[in-house]
Design a protein around this ligand. Structure first.
Ligand SMILES: [Zn+2]
Length: 479
């Protein structure tokens, strides 16, 4: 199938020069971009060529699909359930974990599908999902329907707290924790072998673990080493809050990133989610070891992780660390919208440091696209609009109030536009969202089913009752 999209008003290529074309055309050959350039040049280069489909790009802008570099698809049914006034550790241990422990494979499937519809509506074409509580195949089945690209895994942990906290049961512990690092790694390896490269390569499977206190040092180090042996990536949460860093310092005399490095655990196939609590020498360490970072602005805002108070994301970018943007999912952030993350990151550091020239719109767009693709070890195929890359892109409707006028299209995209002006989202050379509908999915059925399943899961987890703790001492001592 050869397609031509001609006379696009704007093309954000996000290539190495951040080139923005005016009056551009794009040639698609099956699932790939065959050529892109100014319409007049393209007409000369492709004179006499036959196309199966010619799409009018006037009053449209094309942009690479957004890459969500950290998301939990298995928690999509927990939207607007946990309180918004607790810190990260209490939120994880007393709210998120009980919820996770009480969801079923059916909940995960419908939640993942719901999340993917939200992503496609907002222009997200690829994600790095922390993975299933049961089997990554659940997420892969949802991807097959939605048409989206992504990486998933089997979310693993191996270090239960010394004592059962309020609200936890023995069943929860058994559901959530593997007996030891070896058992976890064995299962994770089997998942990678089974699912990596599924859906003709549109789905990948990594060695993903929860990270921080619920995982032993052995599992952190072993997961990345296993991933390297299998030729895939590894991701986990680390240095997510100042509380975690202080507990780590109290127990081991060093901050989390340093602790992993001392055990030879850092490497260029590792994506650290959040990475908010780091010191200057740790930024240098991340750059030296080739580690990638998934920064989740909305999650930091909602949970008070301190991105602007203690975060060193502009320093990471300056040091050459690929920093992608993640949503963290609907429980942590409230939404799966990359455009919101892009808007926040394009302003939060300017404001906090009263410096309007750091993390500008150009860098925010890179973080939402190509830098996220680098984090996912997939930048050879996605993240920018260049010949040979996969045809994963967004078409924005410029005849929309958000884009009127668009003298500087980059500012219009980052500061003015929202998903309201996303007209189409394409993955692998095919439209997945068009005409106000996610194709291939009965969205109303997904929402109806999700509401029913979510209400039952909240009840099973006891999160609708009084007395769920809002502070924690779990993991403050011991290993
Ligand atoms: Zn997360």
């Amino acid at each position: 199938m050869r397609r031509l999209i001609e006379h696009l008003e704007v093309a954000f290529t996000v290539n190495a020069q951040d080139l923005i074309l005016r009056d551009a055309s794009v040639v698609l050959e099956d699932d790939r971009i065959a050529d892109i350039g100014e319409a007049a040049d393209m007409a000369r280069r492709h004179e006499g060529a036959k196309f199966d489909d010619v799409i009018d790009g006037r009053m449209k802008a094309i942009c690479p699909g957004f890459v969500d570099s950290h998301v939990h698809l298995s928690e999509t049914l927990s939207r607007a359930v946990f309180p918004d006034n607790v810190n990260t550790r209490a939120w994880v241990f007393h709210w998120a974990k009980p919820f996770y422990a009480h969801i079923t494979p059916e909940d995960e499937y419908w939640g993942a599908l719901l999340g993917m519809t939200e992503m496609l509506r907002g222009g997200t074409t690829c994600f790095l999902d922390m993975g299933s509580q049961f089997d990554p195949g659940i997420v892969v089945r949802a991807m097959e329907k939605a048409g989206i690209r992504g990486i998933t895994g089997r979310h693993a942990a191996d270090n239960p707290p010394a004592e059962l906290p309020p609200g936890w049961t023995e069943d929860m512990v058994h559901h959530h924790f593997f007996p030891n690092a070896d058992a976890a790694l064995k299962e994770l390896e089997a998942c990678v072998r089974k699912y990596n490269g599924a859906l003709d390569g549109r789905a990948r499977c990594w060695v993903n673990i929860e990270g921080k206190e619920p995982c032993t040092l052995e599992l952190h180090v072993g997961a990345r080493a296993l991933a390297e042996r299998l030729g895939v990536g590894c991701t986990y949460h680390l240095a997510t809050s100042i509380e975690e860093a202080k507990v780590c310092e109290g127990k081991y005399g060093m901050w989390p990133v340093t602790r992993i490095d001392r055990a030879n655990g850092l490497g260029d196939n590792l994506v650290i989610a959040h990475c908010a609590a780091v010191q200057d020498d740790e930024v240098a360490l991340l750059a030296k070891r080739g580690v990638k970072v998934a920064f989740c602005p909305c999650s930091s805002f909602k949970l008070g992780k301190g991105a602007t108070a203690i975060g060193k994301y502009p320093e990471m970018v300056a040091a050459g660390v690929p920093v992608g943007l993640g949503t963290d999912g609907v429980a942590a952030a409230g939404n799966m919208n990359l455009m919101r993350q892009m808007l926040l990151v394009a302003g939060m550091f300017k404001d906090a440091r009263m410096k309007p020239d750091i993390f500008v719109a150009r860098q925010a767009l890179r973080a939402a696209t190509i830098e996220g693709a680098k984090a996912l070890l997939w930048d050879d195929e996605i993240g920018s609009l260049e010949p040979g890359k996969k045809a994963d892109f967004i078409l924005f409707d410029l005849d929309h109030v958000e884009w009127t006028p668009f003298y500087d299209p980059l500012q219009a995209l980052v500061f003015s536009a929202s998903s309201a002006s996303v007209a189409e989202t394409w993955v692998n050379g095919e439209p997945c969202y068009r005409g106000g509908k996610v194709l291939g999915v009965d969205e109303q059925q997904v929402r109806q089913k999700s509401r029913e399943l979510a209400a039952a899961a909240v009840q099973r987890a006891g999160l609708n009752q009084e007395g769920v703790p809002t502070s924690t001492t779990l993991y403050d001592s011991g290993n």
